[in-house]
Ligand binder design. Structure first.
Ligand SMILES: NC(=O)c1ccc[n+]([C@@H]2O[C@H](COP(=O)([O-])OP(=O)(O)OC[C@H]3O[C@@H](n4cnc5c(N)ncnc54)[C@H](OP(=O)(O)O)[C@@H]3O)[C@@H](O)[C@H]2O)c1
Length: 314
């Protein structure tokens, strides 16, 4: 029988890619995010892929919203098997320059709402005798970087929470808590972020695709694991952070300014921290060139160079 899967953060990036991936597998989806119009669009995408889907506009930080989401899933499909929590926001800036209410809303969204989702899901799974909770951490839950204090604080908290929940659910063989920890992913989260650093953020290299992270998430639902890291240099960064802290701390600031921020100026903004921006929601963030375009560019450049060489030889 197909699974019933709740996905929070389903309108953009990794959550939207995961919704599509589950839909392609024939699972039934309950989709949640704040923007109703974009959510309806994602529901249609899932239906076009052959899945049954239900959209529930939800602000995960609103009191009672996560209980209502679980109730909507059970009301619509009669069961709840997998809960994938990807909803998150980011804020760039030096800690003391980020307004306190922005910092607190980042932590409320990225950590406290994840804990709220875990509470609702685990209560349901414990009563039903099984289910899989998949939380989206980050390599920034294992290491730190400047100008992202709210996000880093949340992800470190989330990693601790995930581990504690894994320990607490050892008495329930059918209940699983998984943590997916991506490195840099090509999603719009960077442009959508609150910003008090003056330059638009970007994912540092190497960048992976949201589709790859989505496959890891679906893989966890198929065969639960404690943690899946997605990113080629995650382990390297963790080793540097742990084994050489003084060197790491000396390099991380300049590297962040070089590889984690663009040169595009941006005035102080709350981004999507308090309100969604449907125009900015998409699976990809545009940080990786689209493959056909890249092939055309490389092919075109090679052809022009070849033609120039031939002209000179004649
Ligand atoms: N992109 C990366 O490089 C990267 C790396 C490591 C980890 N991650 C993690 O992966 C997860 C997904 O990130 P992403 O890059 O895919 O971000 P994204 O493209 O910005 O998507 C974030 C999603 O969260 C939703 N959301 C934000 N605030 C919400 C709220 N209060 N209530 C309900 N939904 C809310 C957004 O929809 P609405 O605005 O419509 O509500 C959107 O669907 C996050 O946990 C992030 O920390 C991302």
């Amino acid at each position: 029988m197909s699974r019933v899967v709740v996905v929070t953060g389903a309108t953009s990036g990794i959550g939207r890619a995961a919704a599509r991936e589950f839909a392609g597998r024939g699972d039934r989806l309950v989709l949640a995010a704040r923007s109703p119009g974009t959510l309806a669009q994602v529901r249609r995408e899932c239906e076009e892929a052959g899945a049954e889907a239900h959209d529930v506009p939800t602000d995960v930080t609103a009191p009672g919203a996560l209980d209502a989401l679980a109730a909507a899933a059970v009301g619509q499909f009669g069961r709840l098997d997998v809960w994938v929590h990807t909803a998150a926001v980011m804020a760039y800036g030096r800690f003391e320059e980020i307004p306190a209410e922005v910092f607190e809303q980042v932590v409320r969204t990225d950590l406290l709402a994840a804990a709220g989702a875990a509470r609702v899901a685990l209560r349901h799974f414990r009563a039903a005798g099984g289910g899989t909770l998949i939380l989206t951490g980050s390599v920034l839950g294992h290491i730190t970087a400047p100008y992202m204090s709210g996000y880093v604080t949340s992800k470190w908290g989330l990693h601790g929470l995930a581990r504690a929940l894994q320990q607490e659910s050892r008495d329930l063989p059918g209940v699983h808590v998984c943590l997916v920890t991506p490195g840099s992913v090509d999603t719009p989260v960077y442009q959508q972020a609150a910003n008090y650093v003056g330059r638009v953020g970007r994912p540092p290299l190497p960048i992976t695709t949201p589709e790859r992270v989505a496959r890891a998430i679906v893989g966890c639902a198929d065969r639960p694991r404690r943690e899946i890291s997605v990113g080629r240099v995650n382990v390297l960064m963790r080793v540097g952070f742990t084994a050489l802290p003084a060197v790491y701390d000396m390099l991380v600031g300049p590297l962040m300014r070089l590889g984690g921020l663009t040169n595009r100026p941006v005035p102080p903004t709350e981004g999507v921290v308090f309100r969604p921006n449907p125009a900015g929601a998409a699976v990809r963030g545009g940080w990786l060139p689209a493959l056909p375009g890249l092939v055309r560019t490389v092919g075109g450049t090679a052809a022009s160079a070849g033609a120039a060489v031939l002209r000179r030889l004649r």
